[in-house]
Design a protein around this ligand. Structure first.
Ligand SMILES: Cc1cc2nc3c(=O)[nH]c(=O)nc-3n(C[C@H](O)[C@H](O)[C@H](O)COP(=O)(O)OP(=O)(O)OC[C@H]3O[C@@H](n4cnc5c(N)ncnc54)[C@H](O)[C@@H]3O)c2cc1C
Length: 389
């Protein structure tokens, strides 16, 4: 793995940064589809999707780079974590030919979006406890359950819902992924009142005997011999989506941290209350320098995770993606905190717009997997320590 970026990647970064910086704040975010649409038309949203289905033929390396630059420009597109990274990946790797043809070109050209719902109120971090259950009714499926904190369901054309099938033969429950169109009868959403200043909203979902055709199941009907589709493939599908989600969340956090840091540095260069600008005081300069170092280190791990994932090493990418997400979230929270502090009273004004990042930065510490669950993963998987739960 090269430790420096290729010229192509540098050029992509520059182009995305120029594009994202060129848009007025009001036109930004996933909520305003025109920005998303324009980004998609430039090939940014579907850069990781297969060329045969209208994508750019790149990987999570390129997609995470795009998201980081969007965030660094103050325009984090949260749904990039979900629509092309999780849903696009799962469908490209495990979808039936019909699912690929239906969804991938539309996810790539920005005309359609897909949300992703796994979190449940009574399961939380313990996704083994999810109870959203699919049962067969003729050739159809009936899906029943609840989800919480699912982002962007209102703007997504469908949500990829993680459920379980009731296996009639053995009574075991197995994870299974279903594509649920937004307006399917019985699929209800309630907006959660989050203290987050973001265009993408979070929803609680109720699925009440939601009737879905057989082809709503990712990978199609009964198990494929290859293990790539059907009812038995849910675990593989889920894991295929989770590494990109973590890598993209890391990129999201690094972008936000860079944005906050650059605003603070610009302020510290100018603001003068004694004889020199406040940035000349080491009490201001050093924490900003540390924040920069932490963000750079987190980016290195994120690039490693993306490289492993794109090289097809799902297992190796798992550890790196977790570590990258952890490092990036911690670096982001620290960078934002220091940036707000650097601006003094202005750090808390709406005009300067940094204070709301204090809450936003915490998201990457909690979702999609919390700081503690990553520390648990490293304790058990990497260090071989015993489990307490
Ligand atoms: C803004 C936002 C957007 C989101 N978007 C989505 C989405 O699009 N789709 C989706 O499915 N979900 C989404 N989520 C949900 C997110 O993934 C969950 O919030 C996260 O997985 C944590 O689950 P929980 O909130 O139930 O916390 P809990 O599991 O209840 O955890 C609470 C606290 O306990 C700690 N804890 C739990 N278990 C342990 C343990 N064994 N050891 C140590 N500490 C532990 C956790 O680290 C945490 O600090 C989103 C969340 C937010 C905040």
């Amino acid at each position: 793995m090269p430790l420096t970026e290729t010229n192509e990647h540098k050029a992509l970064r520059e182009a995305v940064a120029a594009f994202a910086n060129n848009h007025p704040r009001a036109a930004r975010g996933t909520g305003d589809r025109s920005f998303w649409q324009e980004a998609a038309e430039l090939g940014y949203i579907g850069v990781n999707l297969p060329e045969a289905y209208g994508g750019g033929g790149g990987g999570i390396t390129e997609l995470s780079l795009v998201l980081e630059e969007m965030g660094a420009a103050g325009n984090p597109l949260l749904m990039m974590i979900v629509s092309p990274a999780i849903c696009g990946t799962v469908i490209s790797r495990f979808g039936t030919e019909a699912q690929k043809r239906e969804w991938l070109p539309a996810l790539a050209d920005g005309s359609r979006l897909m949300a992703f719902g796994i979190t449940e109120p009574d399961a939380g971090s313990n996704s083994h406890r999810i109870t959203t259950t699919a049962r067969k009714d003729g050739t159809d499926w009936l899906l029943t359950g609840r989800k919480v904190f699912v982002s962007g369901v209102d703007i997504a054309d469908a949500t990829l819902i993680v459920g379980r099938t009731e296996d009639a033969r053995t009574g075991r429950l197995k994870p299974c992924l279903f594509i649920v169109p937004r307006d399917t009868p019985g699929f209800q959403r309630r907006k959660i009142d989050m203290e987050l200043d973001a265009v993408e909203k979070q929803f609680e979902l109720t699925l009440d005997d939601v009737r879905l055709p057989a082809d709503a199941l990712v990978g199609g009907g009964p198990s494929h011999a290859s293990g790539s589709g059907g009812e038995d493939a849910g675990l593989l599908q889920l894991f295929a989506g989770l590494n990109p989600e973590r890598i993209m969340t890391a990129a999201f956090a690094i972008g936000m941290g860079r944005h906050a840091l650059s605003r603070a540095v610009a302020y510290a260069r100018e603001r003068t209350v004694w004889s020199a600008p406040i940035g000349a005081h080491q009490a201001i300069a050093h924490p900003l320098a540390q924040a920069h170092i932490d963000l750079e280190l987190a980016r290195l791990m994120t690039q490693k995770a993306a490289h492993l994932y794109d090289a097809g090493d799902d297992a190796g990418a798992g550890e790196a993606a977790n570590m990258a997400k952890y490092a990036a979230a911690e670096a982001c929270v620290k960078a934002v905190d220091q940036a707000v502090h650097t601006l003094g009273g202005n750090g808390l004004t709406r005009e300067f717009g940094l204070a709301s990042l204090i809450t936003a930065a915490r998201v990457s510490r909690i979702a999609p997997v919390s700081r503690e669950m990553i520390l648990n993963y490293v304790s058990h998987q990497t260090l071989g320590l015993p489990k307490s739960y």
